[in-house]
Design a protein around this ligand. Structure first.
Ligand code: R2B
Length: 309
């Protein structure tokens, strides 16, 4: 089914600053953001990115360029936006486009790819001294037992065992990180979707797998060691556990973003670390002013339902 997930994180360090949790970073003479082909000595990051308020991340370069062009148009910025330059042109790892306060970045496919991107993005926001940034991931997951055309707003990102956790291997240790998302924000997003007609939206868990084929129960990979019955039984269990779509990035996205907002939680005493009250109006801005619903059509997300139970 057509189904898309949307995960959000609001950077909320002290004073709305995004912050990093690496004691070594400040003492480094230079920070090279290798996979963006940007760096603190070679680029004036505060000038280039200091005004960023919204970040939208997604898998592919074409989609994220189209998103930036749409933002350009919707914001009424000068020019037609057709010639938006890829800020990461010095590398072909990721693509990045800027339209006023909106940054649109690719993350490739899978946990390792989005993880590298997020490390460098969060450092970039830190170096650029960005404040009150909202980050949204839009994706093209496979739907699970839902109607084609449905958008899923992720309430919790779960792993292949339906647990709200992400296992980060640090050196040779496994560290479990929480992947819970901001419940108030999920509610807000759902309310926004109600303002848009013909835009079926629901909330549900998004399951993140490490593999597109065997990990997601597909029968058409180069390897397949399970039966169709076994696949359906697993997907049924996933559905019963609350999973409504399946993709490959959500758990690490939630875990990293949650961790980088931790200090903000302490300072503002919110139940979830990446919720800042002052961000709420901005958030509605990106959903309604930018006619968020139309993005899904633009991105041609109508995919086949391979998970219908
Ligand atoms: C959705 O689509 C990609 C796999 O086709 C992957 O990035 C994901 O999460």
């Amino acid at each position: 089914s057509l189904c898309s997930s949307l995960h959000s994180y609001r950077g909320n360090g002290l004073n709305g600053l995004v912050h990093v949790k690496n004691p070594y970073l400040e003492s480094m003479d230079e920070d090279v953001l290798y996979h963006f082909s940007l760096g603190t000595k070679t680029h004036n990051l505060p000038v280039m990115f200091g005004d960023i308020k919204f970040i939208c991340v997604g898998g592919s370069p074409n989609r994220m360029k189209a998103f930036a062009q749409l933002m350009h148009k919707e914001l009424g910025l000068e020019g037609d936006g057709k010639d938006l330059k890829d800020i990461c042109a010095g590398t072909d790892r990721y693509s990045m486009y800027k339209a006023g306060p909106v940054l649109s970045i690719t993350h490739g496919m899978g946990v390792p790819s989005i993880s590298i991107m997020l490390h460098e993005l969060i450092k970039l926001l830190h170096h650029a001294k960005c404040r009150d940034v909202t980050i949204i991931r839009i994706g093209t997951p496979g739907g699970l037992g839902i109607d084609p055309g449905t958008v899923v707003i992720t309430d919790i990102a779960v792993d292949s065992f339906f647990k709200a956790q992400f296992q980060q291997v640090i050196l040779d240790n496994i560290v479990i990180r929480s992947t819970e998302l901001d419940k108030d924000l999920v509610e807000e997003l759902l309310n926004c979707s109600k303002e848009i007609h013909d835009f079926p939206t629901l909330t549900g868990h998004t399951m993140c797998t490490y593999d597109f084929y065997e990990g997601q129960g597909r029968l058409d990979g180069a390897l397949c060691s399970f039966s169709n019955e076994k696949k359906l039984e697993y997907l049924k269990r996933a559905y019963d556990a609350g999973v409504r779509n399946i993709e490959m990035e959500s758990t690490v996205f939630a875990a990293i973003c949650r961790l980088c907002g931790l200090k903000g939680r302490i300072s503002c005493h919110r139940p979830f670390p990446f919720h800042v009250c002052s961000c709420i109006p901005s958030h509605f801005l990106i959903l309604s002013t930018y006619r968020f619903g139309q993005l899904w059509d633009l991105y041609n997300m109508k995919t086949k339902n391979v998970f219908q139970t």
